[in-house]
Write a protein that binds this ligand. Structure first.
Ligand code: SAM
Ligand code: ZN
Length: 268
């Protein structure tokens, strides 16, 4: 049985034909492509919240080349080592869904997966991978998930909300948080900015008990211009290129780039 809850009152949602309903009769229809929109009206006020379609498409094309599967493998191997039957796993800010889909492939049908993102375009793309995941348009600040019902939350390069994580994880559940370190994609930064700023990463440490935390670095070789541009366009750096630096885009071809991330497993 799924762990979905009403985003208005947090009571359990029950599926009646093609509509999810709570006891208070709040109703949410399943969309044509089999996702559920559980985003409340105030969150929709900005017309298209979350990543835009072009960036999501670049992300999809890039990730499907397998360059970042080294990141996926780290996450999957932790979950596999702590495997329990019938786990409920939420991928927060899942974007276009690649990691969620691949986690499901790797970990098997015994786990129930939820992929949630505030971007409707992202979730619509995600439904193309498989319908066997609960694809949810929702806000990580108000998760449409029952209290203390999840075994695992994964959050890869996305915003998280501490109190919602605490509310939704089971007592013995854990969260895998993947964040970028200063040297992540540093070759793009050197190309784009006059000065590469070293930022403090304290703001991304969460106030939970750390079970494990380690840096993962690897240099990867992007085979051609298309892959290089896709990676650049799925990052905010692309949108920060000054007009007078735009010429660098024409010069891009195959490219060596550094993955520099921190993987932290938290217990609440
Ligand atoms: C950098 S992308 C990472 C996507 C995916 N995890 C990946 O690594 O491919 C960040 C994602 O967080 C989503 N996002 C931003 N704010 C959010 C929120 N409040 N609730 C849910 N998702 C959000 C964006 O729409 C975007 O898809
Ligand atoms: Zn309700």
């Amino acid at each position: 049985m799924h762990k979905l809850a009403c985003p208005k009152c947090h009571q359990t949602l029950q599926l009646e034909e093609k509509t999810y309903k709570c006891n208070q009769n709040h109703c949410y229809d399943i969309a044509k492509n089999q996702y559920i929109n559980l985003l409340l009206n105030p969150d929709k006020s900005c017309n298209n919240p979350g990543d835009n379609k072009e960036s999501l498409l670049c992300r999809k094309n890039y990730l499907n080349q397998g360059y970042y599967d080294v990141i996926l493998n780290e996450v999957v191997s932790y979950i596999r080592h702590h495997y329990q039957p019938n786990m409920h796993i939420l991928d927060l800010g899942c974007g276009e869904g690649y990691y969620t889909y691949r986690m499901k492939q790797e970990l098997g049908d015994d786990c129930t997966f939820y992929g949630l993102d505030i971007s409707k375009d992202g979730i619509q793309m995600a439904t193309k991978y498989t319908k066997d995941i609960y694809w949810i348009v929702g806000n990580s600040k108000n998760l449409p998930i029952q209290d203390h019902s999840l075994d695992v939350i994964t959050a890869l390069f996305t915003v998280v909300n501490e109190s919602e994580i605490k509310r939704c994880l089971k007592e013995n559940g854990y969260m895998i948080h993947v964040t970028a370190n200063n040297k992540h994609l540093v070759e793009f930064k050197e190309l784009i900015y006059d000065e590469v700023k070293i930022k403090s990463d304290e703001h991304i440490r969460l106030p939970f008990e750390t079970i494990k935390s380690y840096d993962f670095t690897k240099k990867i070789h992007l085979k051609n211009r298309e892959d290089t541009l896709n990676l650049l366009k799925m990052t905010p750096h692309f949108y920060h290129i000054k007009k007078e630096r735009r010429y660098v885009l024409d010069t891009l071809g195959e490219f060596d780039v550094t993955i520099d991330i921190r993987i932290t497993v938290y217990k609440i």
